[in-house]
Ligand binder design. Structure first.
Ligand code: FE2
Length: 423
């Protein structure tokens, strides 16, 4: 909680302004803030944004790539099997160390809010204990929101009591995975049980839902129904929703209205959806991401997640939410100016709504959290995925980097470029 003045900020409209952070909160945004005797930095007219938010992640599995082996088929089901092979050998210290390493990457990338699912379907709650400790230890640097996630199915693995215990321990959100239950009927029953549990405890819901290429996987319909029935409007997120990519168009036209009525939050995971879905297809291969343009057009709140970094499901990643938004833009054909901007918003402002974050944003009274990117605006940020020059949390500079500049040599003459488009 510090005081800081950031001068020459470009908020995306090319007008330079200053941001004054007092005791960790934004006190003023004005081009004419005088010297106040507190530390100052110069944004040099680079683009200043609120920090990135990852709406969907698995911090208990991250950085475990290759343990005990890699996922050769690249399918969701082999990933779940592999995770099951790794689980018995996990220790709390190892989970914490990997989570801590990931948090450092996140901070360097300017990702300061993470909703992480944590597996509650094993014999122990080791991962819950580990991530609750990380949440506390890292709270001055990164905000971690945890989801009780029954990876092997709350009914299929009979882990409802474990899930409830994790909520008692301090896990924030109720998760689920209806498409992995044994039958469609069990999937529907699991949604009913878990939504009622969340409603009773006043908690948010975020379910892995219909992560499948099966056009008849329609658990989102049931999730929407219970959201409406229980009055949980705006408090429920459907993660993945990849079956929606393959659904019948007429059915979709009915479903989307019901989802709007329930104020359903949508959390696609573009990097993972594009690599895991469509694996069983001959050409043409489906790309698997849910119907993002149509969902945005209908007024639904769409936020992107990274889901995985170097784990049983995904062999790449550095927890850069701009990489996620960049992939979404391409997969969903979101190349219009406002569409591209909406992709940036899906890893910042709309994600804040999914997580129900308080005081997020670049406005007076909000948290003094921001990222200075070496670019001019949202679209350039997506194009370049540029250097994060400063990452600031509650007025503290928690990460910094030198601007990237390439030295070119033509006929012994030196030139430089920073790749920025100035027209
Ligand atoms: Fe996930």
């Amino acid at each position: 909680m510090k005081d800081l003045i950031v001068r020459n900020c470009n908020l995306g409209n090319d007008d330079q302004t200053c941001i004054y952070i007092k005791k960790g909160f934004i006190q003023d945004i004005d081009p004419k803030i005088p010297e106040l005797g507190c530390p100052e930095i110069n944004a040099n007219n680079n683009f200043v944004s609120s920090p990135f938010i990852d709406s969907h992640f698995h911090m208990d599995a991250t950085l475990s790539y290759g343990l005990p082996r890699v996922n050769e088929s690249g399918t969701l089901l082999e990933g779940i099997k592999l995770w099951g092979e790794l689980k018995p050998s996990l220790t709390k210290d190892a989970i914490k160390q990997r989570a801590l390493d990931l948090c450092k990457w996140s901070i360097a990338r300017g990702t300061l809010f993470i909703r992480s699912h944590v597996d509650v379907s094993g014999d122990s709650l080791l991962a819950v204990e580990a991530l609750l400790e990380i949440k506390e230890e890292m709270k001055d640097y990164i905000d971690l929101q945890l989801v009780a996630f029954p990876q092997d199915g709350v009914l299929r693995s009979n882990c409802l009591e474990n899930l409830k215990k994790s909520l008692d321990m301090g896990v924030d959100v109720v998760g689920g995975i209806p498409h992995f239950e044994r039958t469609m009927a069990d999937g529907a029953e699991s949604i009913k049980i878990l939504c009622e549990l969340a409603e009773k405890r006043g908690l948010l819901v975020d379910m892995h839902c219909d992560e499948s290429d099966d056009p008849l996987s329609r658990h989102i319909e049931t999730l929407t129904y219970h959201t409406n029935r229980l009055g949980m409007h705006g408090r429920v997120a459907g993660s993945h929703l990849t079956s929606m990519h393959s659904m019948d168009n007429y059915y979709f036209s009915k479903l989307i209205g019901l989802m709007v009525e329930a104020e359903m939050n949508i959390v696609p995971n573009p990097l993972i959806n594009i690599t895991i879905q469509g694996k069983h297809d001959a050409y043409p291969k489906r790309r698997g991401m849910t119907r993002v343009p149509e969902q945005i057009k209908a007024g639904l709140n769409v936020a992107f997640g990274h889901d995985c970094v170097l784990d049983p499901w995904y062999p790449l990643g550095s927890h850069d939410m701009l990489e996620v938004a960049h992939m979404a833009l391409h997969v969903a054909h979101l190349t219009g100016q406002n569409e591209m901007k909406s992709c940036f918003d899906s890893v910042t402002s709309t994600s804040a709504k999914v997580l129900h974050l308080d005081k997020y944003g670049l406005k007076k009274g909000c948290n003094g959290d921001l990222v200075i990117l070496q670019c001019n605006n949202k679209i350039e940020a997506l194009r370049l995925k540029p250097t994060r020059l400063f990452v600031i949390k509650k007025g503290n500079i928690i990460s910094s980097a030198e601007p990237t500049e390439y030295q070119l040599k033509f006929n012994e003459k030196l030139e430089t470029t920073d790749l920025i488009f100035r027209n």
